[in-house]
Design a protein around this ligand. Structure first.
Ligand SMILES: [Fe+2]
Ligand SMILES: [Fe+2]
Length: 304
């Protein structure tokens, strides 16, 4: 009967290749070239927001109440540019982790070809975010120096579920914001196009990241799971807390000290983050990655 018995690992491997094949088919049907899809030529209309105002770090504070409409719009434009710039920072980390993961793997496999397709997507996204941030009139926003160095270590060393779960967290957090912004008529049309492209293409990346995380954790012992749950939570903490750069307030003409203090105490924003990330937290819980030390960091980042 041996010939009719399929071993579980063989089944798993072919299921993985099926996922990759479906992702490749989907990418062939619907992918975008931001160089031609986005309206880069029409000058920025300052009557638009850069992001849905409800997503502003100051929305709901007393400072927000004192801002003029023009100041609010300038602030959300700087905030959107900062989120895009942090997106570039993380996409560069992610491309290197996926590339290292695929090093010397079987190039004829759908998984290999999907991984390279994802890297190509991210490369186009980063150029798109860079042009978008420049068009929003923003300077280069980068995470704090210490976080840049932590990211340098992470992208060089992280592998397996630590790499793919961190990728998933970054993609999901960006996704929940961009889903709102792409539908919002108060947001500049070119920003909505950028968000739409990103949401469509990232839904495939998130599927792959979820799949890889589950697969890598299958044979992880308790010690490895504990350790990587902790690493993923710390990576998530720095990704989420680096989204909005502290310089956005001065660049929007606001008082940085007051803005930072009110943003840090902004319960509306914390609640929005928590409710938007509930699906992600459910996934991490099902993967048993919400260990007690990990939860401490997710709570500090207001993801749960
Ligand atoms: Fe991306
Ligand atoms: Fe992605």
């Amino acid at each position: 009967m041996a010939s009719s018995t399929v071993r579980p690992e063989t089944q798993d491997r072919s299921a993985e290749q099926d996922v990759a094949r479906r992702l490749l088919d989907s990418a062939a049907k619907l992918s975008y070239d931001p160089a031609t899809e986005v309206d880069w030529d029409t000058p920025l209309d300052k009557d638009f927001h850069g992001a849905s105002p409800e997503w502003s770090t100051l929305y709901g504070t007393s400072y927000w109440g004192e801002l003029t409409d023009a100041q609010r719009k300038e602030l959300t434009r700087q905030e959107a540019a900062s989120v895009a710039s942090t997106g570039i920072w993380f996409e560069m980390i992610l491309q290197q982790m996926v590339l290292r993961d695929m090093y010397a793997k079987d190039p004829t496999s759908p998984r290999f070809q999907w991984a390279l397709t994802e890297i190509a997507d991210e490369c186009r996204h980063s150029i798109m975010f860079a042009r978008g941030a420049a068009k929003l009139g923003a300077p280069a926003y980068r995470p704090r120096r210490a976080v840049v160095e932590l990211g340098r270590a992470f992208k060089t060393l992280a592998f397996g579920e630590a790499a793919y779960a961190a990728i998933l967290v970054a993609e999901e957090v960006l996704d929940v914001m961009q889903r709102d912004w792409m539908r919002d008529e108060r947001v500049a049309p070119f920003v909505r196009t950028i968000n739409n492209i990103h949401v469509v293409e990232e839904s495939r990346h998130m599927k792959f990241a979820r799949d890889e995380t589950r697969k890598r954790l299958r044979d992880a012992g308790p010690l490895r799971r504990q350790l990587n749950a902790f690493v993923i939570a710390i990576a998530s903490y720095y990704i989420v807390t680096s989204m909005v750069n502290r310089n956005v307030y001065a660049n929007a003409g606001l008082d940085t000290a007051r803005a930072l203090a009110e943003a840090r105490a902004n319960e509306h924003h914390k609640a929005l983050m928590r409710s938007s990330c509930s699906g992600l937290m459910d996934f991490l819980a099902s993967a048993r990655l919400l260990t007690r030390p990990a939860l401490f960091f997710y709570k500090r980042a207001h993801l749960i």
